[in-house]
Design a protein. Structure first.
Length: 85
Protein backbone atom coordinates (compact mmCIF):
# COMPACT_ATOMS: atom_id res chain seq x y z
CA UNK A 1 0.00 0.00 0.00
CA UNK A 2 1.49 3.36 -1.00
CA UNK A 3 2.20 5.67 1.92
CA UNK A 4 4.05 8.89 2.56
CA UNK A 5 5.05 10.68 5.76
CA UNK A 6 4.72 14.46 5.50
CA UNK A 7 4.96 17.51 7.74
CA UNK A 8 1.85 19.65 8.26
CA UNK A 9 2.50 23.02 6.61
CA UNK A 10 -0.60 25.04 7.48
CA UNK A 11 0.08 27.74 10.06
CA UNK A 12 -2.85 26.64 12.25
CA UNK A 13 -2.45 22.90 11.63
CA UNK A 14 -5.19 20.70 10.21
CA UNK A 15 -8.14 22.85 11.28
CA UNK A 16 -11.33 23.67 9.33
CA UNK A 17 -10.01 25.35 6.18
CA UNK A 18 -7.15 22.94 5.39
CA UNK A 19 -9.25 19.93 6.43
CA UNK A 20 -12.02 21.02 4.06
CA UNK A 21 -9.62 21.45 1.14
CA UNK A 22 -8.02 18.06 1.81
CA UNK A 23 -11.39 16.30 2.17
CA UNK A 24 -12.68 17.83 -1.07
CA UNK A 25 -9.59 16.58 -2.92
CA UNK A 26 -9.89 13.09 -1.37
CA UNK A 27 -13.57 12.77 -2.29
CA UNK A 28 -12.80 12.77 -6.01
CA UNK A 29 -10.95 9.45 -5.69
CA UNK A 30 -12.90 6.19 -5.62
CA UNK A 31 -10.61 4.74 -2.98
CA UNK A 32 -9.95 5.10 0.74
CA UNK A 33 -7.17 7.44 1.81
CA UNK A 34 -6.15 7.53 5.47
CA UNK A 35 -4.27 10.15 7.45
CA UNK A 36 -2.60 8.84 10.60
CA UNK A 37 -1.31 11.00 13.46
CA UNK A 38 -0.12 9.67 16.83
CA UNK A 39 -1.77 6.29 16.26
CA UNK A 40 -5.16 7.73 15.27
CA UNK A 41 -6.54 7.24 11.74
CA UNK A 42 -8.84 9.60 9.85
CA UNK A 43 -10.61 9.15 6.53
CA UNK A 44 -9.10 11.87 4.32
CA UNK A 45 -12.54 12.47 2.77
CA UNK A 46 -13.92 13.66 6.15
CA UNK A 47 -12.99 17.18 7.26
CA UNK A 48 -14.38 16.47 10.74
CA UNK A 49 -12.20 13.39 11.20
CA UNK A 50 -9.13 15.23 9.90
CA UNK A 51 -9.71 18.07 12.40
CA UNK A 52 -10.23 15.54 15.20
CA UNK A 53 -6.64 14.34 14.73
CA UNK A 54 -5.42 17.62 16.21
CA UNK A 55 -2.28 17.73 14.05
CA UNK A 56 -0.52 21.08 14.48
CA UNK A 57 1.92 22.85 12.13
CA UNK A 58 5.15 20.85 12.00
CA UNK A 59 3.53 17.55 13.01
CA UNK A 60 4.46 14.43 11.03
CA UNK A 61 1.48 12.56 9.60
CA UNK A 62 1.27 9.42 7.49
CA UNK A 63 -0.90 9.41 4.36
CA UNK A 64 -1.76 5.96 2.98
CA UNK A 65 -4.12 4.33 0.51
CA UNK A 66 -4.35 1.97 -2.45
CA UNK A 67 -3.98 4.70 -5.09
CA UNK A 68 -0.47 6.18 -5.29
CA UNK A 69 -1.69 9.30 -7.12
CA UNK A 70 -4.30 9.96 -4.44
CA UNK A 71 -1.75 9.53 -1.66
CA UNK A 72 0.67 11.88 -3.43
CA UNK A 73 -1.99 14.58 -3.95
CA UNK A 74 -3.22 14.49 -0.34
CA UNK A 75 0.35 14.43 1.00
CA UNK A 76 1.24 17.46 -1.14
CA UNK A 77 -1.79 19.37 0.16
CA UNK A 78 -0.90 18.60 3.79
CA UNK A 79 2.62 19.96 3.25
CA UNK A 80 1.31 23.29 1.90
CA UNK A 81 0.23 26.26 3.98
CA UNK A 82 -3.45 26.06 3.06
CA UNK A 83 -4.15 29.05 5.30
CA UNK A 84 -2.28 31.36 2.91
CA UNK A 85 -4.19 33.11 0.17
Amino acid sequence: MPSQTVIVGSAEGLHARPAGIIAEAAEKYDTDIEITFEGEDADAASAMLIMALGAEKGAAVLVSGENADAVAEIAALIEQDLDAG
